[in-house]
Design a protein around this ligand. Sequence first.
Ligand SMILES: C[S@@+](CC[C@H](N)C(=O)[O-])C[C@H]1O[C@@H](n2cnc3c(N)ncnc32)[C@H](O)[C@@H]1O
Length: 219
Amino acid sequence: MKILNLKKMNYICNCKKENFFDKNYTYWEDRKVTNDELNIINFLIKSNNFKYKSILHIGIGNSYFANNFYKDSKITGITISQKEIDKAKSYNLSNYDFFLCDKYSKEFNIFTNKNKFDLIVDNNLKSYSCCQESFEFMMDGIIESMNDKGMLITSINGMKWFKKLKPKFSFTLKKLFHFKLKEINGNELNILTINELKDLSKKHNLKIFFDNKLCYLVK
Ligand SMILES: C[S@@+](CC[C@H](N)C(=O)[O-])C[C@H]1O[C@@H](n2cnc3c(N)ncnc32)[C@H](O)[C@@H]1O
């Protein structure tokens, strides 16, 4: 699999964008894995026959997910934070590739058109999108990259996020002067409703399932 190494992304829309790739931004690498992702991990661990040989993890955070599954699966992860990449590297896990990429970009769409996965994990599918057009473009791409019987899994709580990230220059005693991605509230239209996900699953001919706090689509 060819891993991208890009400093600037291109988009299908004309929305004004921050460039997250020009500095070593810190974001989630030292924060605790979210409960939303923990629910997904527990669900996968409990599933009777874990059969996902290739996994795409969108939003690697502190790489807790990869640490749980790298022995059984080949994991490819993406993030928009260079410090999350550095953290991922520090684990030196076999079967774990990761790269900087905006999931709403044309480059990510090319990547998903060229690669196939048994499982795609993203607990904040829509939260960070700039517009509906880019969100649907990203969804078309990841659904295209699902293998037959492949699964896309997300968190119902994570669907309610509508955060936006703003680059900031900051200071803390631990990190001294550093660049960080600060979360601010974004567009409420980025709350992904169950109905919207149902419509997407219909459009792409996928089966949709709900399990307590999770939602998953199967090809
Ligand atoms: C709130 S953190 C959650 C991290 C981890 N998934 C968890 O649940 O603990 C959101 C993650 O999504 C990633 N992310 C945010 N916007 C993104 C985008 N446009 N493209 C790719 N990754 C993105 C961040 O870098 C971060 O890894």
